[in-house]
Ligand binder design. Structure first.
Ligand SMILES: [Zn+2]
Length: 154
């Protein structure tokens, strides 16, 4: 799906998000809200922009993405990304963290959640509420792992 978003430059951009057809209507509404509130998104490219559609490279590049055929890190269970029912937003500055460390590997400085970088998500943010008010789960509410970039609708 093609979505409009505000970039880190404050300008309007169009991005591509690969999601399950049954999540398209919801995400159009949510991203419409994010656009209205001028929540900045670094980039929104399909996984094929990265060698082997590598999620680590996509995350290191702070790329917002949806579908990715992969399992949950350090498990053999399929992630909701494999069904196109989860999205990761600005993943470099909103990293994933578990006992084995941080993903992407250059995301360490952003585990400091007192930071106020544009696009960095905090509990109670309008951006987070745009999802959770519609029944989506935010990985920033989890404790192990913590996944600040991650939203999914089960
Ligand atoms: Zn995710």
């Amino acid at each position: 799906m093609v979505l409009s978003y505000k970039g880190m430059d404050g300008q309007a951009h169009q991005g591509q998000l690969v999601v399950n057809a049954d999540r398209v209507d919801e995400l159009i509404k949510i991203f419409g809200q994010l656009y209205q509130m001028r929540y900045p998104i670094a980039k929104m490219l399909t996984p094929d922009h990265y060698v082997n559609a590598d999620d680590e490279l996509s995350m290191e590049d702070n790329n917002t993405s949806g579908y990715n055929c992969r399992d949950i890190p350090d498990t053999d269970r399929w992630s909701y990304h494999a069904y196109g029912r989860a999205i990761d937003i600005n993943p470099l500055i909103n990293p994933y963290h578990d006992v084995n460390g941080v993903q992407p590997k250059n995301g360490g400085p952003y585990l400091d959640r007192t930071r106020r970088d544009p696009g960095l998500l905090h509990d109670g943010d309008q951006t987070v509420l745009a999802f959770t008010d519609r029944g989506w789960t935010w990985g920033g509410h989890w404790t192990d792992p913590i996944d600040y970039q991650h939203f999914e609708l089960r």
